[in-house]
Write a protein that binds this ligand. Structure first.
Ligand SMILES: Cc1cc2nc3c(=O)[nH]c(=O)nc-3n(C[C@H](O)[C@H](O)[C@H](O)COP(=O)(O)OP(=O)(O)OC[C@H]3O[C@@H](n4cnc5c(N)ncnc54)[C@H](O)[C@@H]3O)c2cc1C
Length: 434
């Protein structure tokens, strides 16, 4: 029996792999998506805080995320199918980036102005009228709770914040990946779950397919690495790392969930908050809860782990994040029960994703999503499909980067910014606010 062949094989059906699959399917390709888990979005996607924001420090980051927003605003229309199951919902609660001296907002605002992204410059009175419980004092730089100054009472205040009304979050990231899987499966796209890619085959520098765990060969001239924190392992399988100047490494990450006091009602009237002064990001969560994550401040050690890392919430990190949250929102308190998730980021050396071809013909990468690409799933899938189509039709992306026009905003997305051969971008913030 001759081996089964496809136009393209996608490794990984997280939110990124499922989106790429859908976009290739829409272009008429017969695809196979393989995932070692039992369903779509059960890898790092399922732990995502799924914040949809545009506060990136580079123009391409802002442009891509603003285009990415439109997919979430038009999710049902984007998917074009209704399998009877629920669709992921986008809660447009807005976002505040607190202003710190020399802070992140200074890098962001020129890009907002250039693109025309609406924002408001909130002062103390604005915070008073929107969320008077928020303590606008200047606590930074971020510290661990065992630092002797942690409980000092500052006398200075922050200079307000930048509010972007269109930002928000998706409450069920795994469901979003499942929605994409269903949409793709309605096209010419096959999915195989509980199936692990164990080898990537090539002949004379051209991809020929993959081998899965039981030794079965599946043929395709195109293979896409969308393996999340396993990206480096897959790149090594394809022998595609020789010309990559940007590497990827799995990083452990904890996100905690605490109930909102009833009177604060943060789950319903709160907004997403980027608080570099305290080293945290915060967002409302369904059921009147509060989600709090870390922005990797200098005082928090980074835990580089192996791609399969599964861990428990560490009491020290729980305390650090929840107590910092309490400095900003003092009525929250510290619940006895520690609730949250331990996830893994696939971090690129400059915290900017790699969406690219590689030195091996037919092998493409959508990796290094660095804890901040859930929001871009829709547009990343579109950009990857455009890039793959161009390169397979003979375009030399390495010397003349593919330019993508965002289908909703008409913004230009220069795919050269996401190349594997770039130098570390000095404008990158090297951290994330979700
Ligand atoms: C804690 C946390 C919070 C985050 N918060 C945000 C946020 O607020 N906003 C935002 O925009 N982004 C956020 N992110 C980032 C975002 O969630 C990720 O960028 C995105 O989900 C990555 O999707 P993916 O499809 O690339 O990877 P994954 O979802 O990890 O999917 C990769 C898939 O590949 C499969 N795979 C791996 N190896 C193999 C193999 N050999 N064979 C077969 N299958 C394989 C895995 O099983 C997995 O399902 C967060 C991430 C985490 C972990």
């Amino acid at each position: 029996m001759s081996p089964k062949t496809f136009d393209a094989i996608i490794i990984g059906s997280g939110v990124i792999g499922s989106s790429i699959t859908y976009e290739l399917g829409r272009r008429g390709l017969r695809t196979l998506t393989v995932d070692r888990n039992g369903g779509a979005g059960l890898g790092s996607t399922s732990f995502s805080s799924a914040i949809i924001r545009f506060t990136y420090s580079t123009y391409p980051g802002v442009a891509m995320s603003y285009e990415g927003l439109r997919y979430w605003e038009n999710w049902a229309e984007h998917l074009k199918v209704d399998d009877g199951s629920q669709l992921a919902t986008f809660s447009q609660c807005g976002m505040v980036t607190l202003k710190t001296a020399g802070g992140h907002h200074l890098k962001v605002l020129p890009h907002f102005d250039a693109i025309g992204i609406p924002y408001e410059d909130w002062n103390e009175q604005d915070f008073q009228s929107h969320l008077p419980e928020l303590d606008l004092r200047h606590f930074g730089p971020p510290k661990r709770p065992d630092h002797e100054d942690f409980w000092d009472e500052p006398t200075e205040y922050l200079d307000g914040g930048i509010y972007t009304p269109e930002a928000g979050y998706v409450s069920d990231p795994q469901l979003a990946a499942h929605n994409l899987h269903v949409a793709a499966a309605s096209l010419n796209c096959e999915f195989r779950f509980n199936t692990e890619v164990s080898a990537i085959t090539q002949r004379d520098g051209q991809i020929t397919g993959v081998e899965i765990g039981d030794g079965t060969f599946l043929g395709a001239p195109i293979v896409v690495n969308a393996a999340g924190p396993h990206s480096k392992i897959i790149n090594e399988m394809a022998r595609a790392i020789s010309d990559m100047s940007i590497g990827t490494t799995p990083l452990r990450q904890e996100v905690h969930h605490v109930p909102s006091p009833e009177e604060l009602d943060f789950g319903n009237r709160g907004f997403t908050l980027a608080d570099d002064d305290n080293g945290i990001y915060v967002r409302p969560d369904i059921g009147n809860n509060i989600l709090v994550g870390s922005t990797e401040p200098d005082c928090d050690p980074l835990h580089w782990v192996d791609a399969d890392h599964e861990g428990q919430i560490q009491p020290e990190q729980w305390e650090a994040q929840v107590l910092r949250l309490n400095r900003r929102l003092p009525t929250v308190g510290v619940p006895h029960q520690r609730r949250g998730v331990v996830g893994v980021y696939d971090v690129a050396d400059d915290w900017i994703p790699i969406y690219d071809k590689t030195s091996v013909d037919g092998f493409y990468v959508a990796i290094g999503t660095s804890g901040n690409q859930f929001k871009n799933a829709g547009i990343a899938g579109y950009c990857m499909a455009e890039l793959i189509t161009a390169v397979e039709n003979g375009h030399d992306h390495d010397t003349d980067p593919v330019q993508v026009t965002g289908p909703h905003t008409r913004l230009n997305i220069d795919m050269g910014n996401f190349r594997r051969t770039r130098i570390v971008n000095p404008d990158s913030s090297m951290s994330v606010h979700g």
